[in-house]
Design a protein around this ligand. Sequence first.
Ligand code: GLU
Length: 306
Amino acid sequence: MDLKQVVDNNLAKTNLGKVANYIPALGKVDPKQLGIAVYDLNKDNITNAGNADVRFAIESISKVIVFLYVAKQLGLSNVTKHVGARQTGFPFNSILNMEIEKAHYPLNPFINAGAIEVTSLIQPYNGKSPFDQIIQFAREICHDPQISLNSEIFESEDRTGDTDRSLAYYLKANNMMHADVTASLTTYFKQCSMMVTAISLANLGAVLANNGIKPWDNKRLVPTEVATYTKSLMTTTGLYNESGTYSSIIGVPTKSGVGGGLMSAAPNRFGIGIFSPPLDNAGNSVAGLAALEEISNELKIDIFQY
Ligand code: GLU
């Protein structure tokens, strides 16, 4: 498929959204960008167009990487007893649903409360800090040794992340944090500030689409059951409060981040990475979702149409 054409068809839609500025360093990103990368598992090749090699902050898509890492480290059942798999009906950084339901665990790992809890579960390994473990795993699963921490974005998140701090202390007050609150928040802000490209995200999507095996060297990185569980979560909770709406339109397990990234895994067929910074009200990339809809229609990858 002609990805350059998809970029041309959708670039103007960057005017319809707003770059995230509640994290001040993210507000400085050039809005008029759209990059797409598609890893085709059957052809074992990756193609890209537009701003596919521009680095941007991974933000919420790191929640997928850390969930995979912790499920690999502890076993899936030891993670799912601490975090659920339900939509909340509230924004990604809301605390309300837990209070209302008197929940004993965050409702899913892709809302901030759930992600912070999952990060707090990381076990010591080889003397490495939790963040060093995460970035090493991110470089491996994204097949991108250049992934690095953007200290300006990290400091900006750390300085302004009071809602995340309140979520973490709420978890602690209710016996749901498994490590020191400050240390876990630092790790969480750092994981969100890792710099990736649409190409790195297509590689991540390809590992999930390939049931946990890295297609570039045929080595297993995560168990099949973990990859399957994660794709299901992406379908039901990957696109914030609009997950249901977009699943019904696009039909491909997808996770977004407020840095403008989208990462999709079309089972056994494609990994897709997209980058375009302006967001809709729910926090999803506007031009990115439009491009993904076009790609889904053209490649016929809607999982509900198999
Ligand atoms: N660092 C962001 C936050 O904690 C991540 C949000 C996102 O991408 O959904 O608010």
